[in-house]
Design a protein around this ligand. Sequence first.
Ligand code: AKG
Length: 294
Amino acid sequence: MTPMQSVEPFLDSTALLDDPVALRQRAHELGYLFFPDLLPTAPILSVRQQVLDICNSHGWIERDTDLSLGIACADDQVIESTGDPRWKAFYDDAQKLRDFHALALRPEILAALEVLFGESVLPHPRNILRVIFPRSATHSTPPHQDHFYIGGSRDTWTGWFPLGDCTVELGSLAIVTGSHQTGFLDVHEAQGAGGRAVDVGAEDTWAGGDFHCGDVLLLHSLMIHQGRDNQTDRLRLSCDFRYQPRSHTVRADSLVPHMNWLTWDQVYAGWPGDDPVRSYWQDWELDIVERQPR
Ligand SMILES: O=C(O)CCC(=O)C(=O)O
């Protein structure tokens, strides 16, 4: 984790949800919107339990412990960014969880984004789950801008929230307040999710803190942010969901399952045929562009 000299608490924007002009002004100034308790806890905790069940079936949970605590097995680690085949085996199972994908479509999140965008929302179906092992500090997500990975409209926003309570020690998310105004920055190779980082200034002011289950952080695609080190003995579970105004350009790879290891048919194989969470974007008129070689 890149050291952070000064970390302020997130500013609560809940009161602005009834005031589109003020909400957009806040989003423009800060590059993020924080909504404590935006989501009910029950659907989040249900997904948490389903993910932990999969973690357990892959041998990632310490024996004879309460599964709901997510205590990681003490003598092993599986890290997404290292190319460990055990990560792919786990992730293919997790991507098939219907309730995980349904979380990205929660009406509370879409309503907030509709106020922000002033138009209908395109939730990208490429939903991302992160499971961060303890003792993996060298692989904490480095400072980056999501636009590098998402492309398409710069007015794309990420919804980040943990599956359960997430203290700073468990490794919550931190952001450089206002950094979206610096534009799209050069990247260099780095360890951790994504494998690329941007430089941050030693004097930059960060925002961060503990997350309670149900808190949601929305951040602009140019906002610099990083994962904090997991200093506990537990797995840190979190979601990254992406959203953009529906009339804006979207890159084709934002519409396929994250990592592109599975097809939608494979993801949906065990879901009811008429489930509204399946292929919900297929009949929308979208401006889709192909990814250009870097
Ligand atoms: O959860 C994390 O550690 C960081 C995730 C993130 O920043 C991202 O996927 O863009």
